[in-house]
Write a protein that binds this ligand. Structure first.
Ligand SMILES: [Ca+2]
Ligand SMILES: [Ca+2]
Ligand SMILES: [Ca+2]
Length: 333
């Protein structure tokens, strides 16, 4: 009995030592450094995925050692991109579970998407490719104001300089999400103002959650021509019906103005907390005519205004798409 106890104690000791060794060794194991690379359990993707039905894509794969891998998914017609990276030996839904989102605008559409898996640190940089067709889009969280998919609403208004065409444009594969977006295009040599679209709330209002502190405004924007740092920007007007009489009075009610200046010529997500509208970019209280409180429930109009340098001598072109409010976090394209 005593002997048996010794033996089992010894055994326990060895096991625990081994375990300890593995846990405390710093850096990669010999197998990870010098072991042969092979795929033990290869990737098997379904033909289709319907994200709107709650499906997702898990890139299940098992390899012989820990090594860096990257999975890149690219939408065939949108060019949308999503990337996963890691170094675990087992790739599973724990570290690579695609729920239909892109890393940034443009978003994926109903399209074929190409999957490439690379192992950049292995001999010959082995690469695997596959594809999967998206038959249903991921569901957006939040309150969608418009993605410009359903035409110009009767509540809305627009302004364009005489030389500018500003309108909803569809089916040219340039949208940030869906098929359509809003586009301004024209040469304006006498004014920074190019054009604007005013999204007035329908009779029933925008139906936004009341708390400005966890509510984010989001919109996709792309500057295409007459671009450059300090050369063009989008100016938003958020008009609130502070007294609740159904109309906005410029002299007595809050118009919060927010400016987004050019950063690069890709689709960008403009995103900020609604409560941040009370301050200017230096953190000083914005001077407004109403009660000075950003109140989403009182918002009755959003004006999206494109301005660009009048002295540059070239036409100004910019796109806007997918205006959506989200709670607690920014929009995920
Ligand atoms: Ca759209
Ligand atoms: Ca009013
Ligand atoms: Ca207010």
């Amino acid at each position: 009995m005593k002997k048996l106890l010794y033996i089992s104690l010894l055994f326990l000791l060895i096991v625990s030592c081994r375990k300890n060794d593995e846990d405390t060794i710093e850096g990669p194991s010999l197998n990870d450094l010098y072991g042969p690379f092979s795929i033990l359990d290869s990737l098997m993707l379904y033909e289709n995925v319907n994200f709107s039905a709650g499906e997702s894509v898990a890139f299940n794969m098992e390899i012989s050692k820990k090594t860096n891998w990257e999975i890149e998914i690219v939408g065939a017609s949108t060019g949308a991109k999503r990337k996963f990276m890691g170094s675990d030996r087992i790739i599973s839904l724990e570290n690579a579970n695609w729920k239909g989102g892109a890393d940034k605008f443009p978003s994926f559409g109903l399209e074929k998407s190409y999957v490439t898996i690379r192992f950049p640190n292995e001999d010959g940089e082995p690469t695997f490719t596959d594809s999967i067709t998206i038959t249903g889009l991921k569901k957006d969280e939040g309150t969608l104001i418009t993605s410009f998919e359903d035409g110009f609403k009767s509540d809305w208004a627009s302004f364009n300089q005489t030389t500018v065409s500003g309108s909803i444009t569809c089916s040219d594969d340039n949208a940030a999400k869906g098929d359509c977006y809003y586009k301004w295009d024209g040469l304006v040599t006498w004014d920074w103002a190019v054009g604007s679209v005013t999204i007035n709330a329908p009779e029933s209002g925008f139906d936004l959650p009341p708390n400005a502190n966890n509510l984010f405004f989001n919109m996709g924007n792309k500057m295409v021509s007459n671009k450059g740092i300090k050369n063009c920007f989008i100016q938003f007007w958020f008009d609130e019906d502070d007294n609740g009489d159904g109309v906005f009075n410029e002299a007595t009610e809050d118009r919060f103005i927010y400016e987004y200046w050019y950063e690069n010529d890709q689709w960008n997500l403009i995103s900020f907390k609604y409560s941040d509208l009370k301050d200017d970019s230096d953190g000083n209280l914005l001077e407004v005519k109403g009660n000075g409180l950003p109140e989403p429930a009182k918002l009755i109009s959003i004006n999206v205004f494109f301005l660009a340098n009048k002295d540059s001598g070239i036409k100004s072109e910019a796109y806007a798409d997918h205006i959506i409010f989200t709670e607690n976090e920014t929009y995920k394209p």
